[in-house]
Design a protein around this ligand. Sequence first.
Ligand code: SAM
Length: 325
Amino acid sequence: MLSTAPRAEPRAARLSITDRCDLACVYCRPHRRDGHLPAERRLAAAYWSTVVRGLTARGVRRIRITGGEPLVHPDVIEITRAIASVDGVEDLAITTNGTQLAALAGPLREAGVRRLNLSIDSLDPHRFFRITRGGRLSEVLAGLEAARRAGFELKTNTVVLGGEDGNEDELAAIAELAWAHEATPRFLELMSVGEGARIRGRIVPYARVRQHLAHLLADDEVARDADRGPAVYARARGGRRLGFITGTSDTFCSGCDRLRVSSDGQLRPCLATQDSVDISQAIRDGDVDAIGEGLSAAWAVKPGDDWGGCTEASAASVDMRATGG
Ligand code: SAM
């Protein structure tokens, strides 16, 4: 039956400030040397606060900086500081692979980032290297410790991978590591989006992820944090928390209040479709009203409960590093 639930209002935006990344995780990017946007198409650093002014004028309140890898952008601190000072930004967060975080955690916190999500898929250096196609685990662990010291509200993101060289045997250890760093661990189902579609055979369903972690959980309940995206959280023993993002078992489209801006100024209403509205000229013109109009146009084509704009094929054709995950 079709749902008649009212469409959520746009409240959250993820800004992919660069499509570049120093890693090439097997579910995200085909290899380390795949193409990037030509420099002339990438938005200059100074434009990002203009983007945010256009979005907040239409009600967006929560901003997450992502990529690619946002910390390889040479101007990430300046971008962050400028966004933090825009009227209407109530929450500024960043998602990072952590490789540059040992040096940048303090400056990011000082620039106004309050919440930080760090991706970590294995605690075995060799497996970590293979999953990320070249990443050094020691750098990311140093980044996690620096983030703890800098005082972020901290979460870890682990994409659960089945099959040979998967990480199913490590989930409890990753949760313990996160807790030891005052972070909330979260476990993501592999989504059949972009590169993820090519390895969909490695999806580990939510029910099995929970089984791996059952001995750490206090009960069977999960709850969503109000105004905080698609994750659900369970109570773990010892008064701790643990989160799940079930992007495959549950599409969580209903109530989605999020949109994305790519590094070349495309406004995307949904992670799993190629629909976009080009606001790059409005951004370069500093035309805040036109950015807001772009937002309205993008929102009008956002798939909801009642519109199946997203298909397996549309999801598979998405480039995760451009859309920011
Ligand atoms: N480079 C940063 C990082 O590694 O966190 C930010 C960008 S990355 C695209 C953002 C998040 O998307 C990461 O936590 C990553 O694990 C997740 N991600 C990417 N592709 C995914 C997929 N196919 N399924 C589930 N999560 C995915």
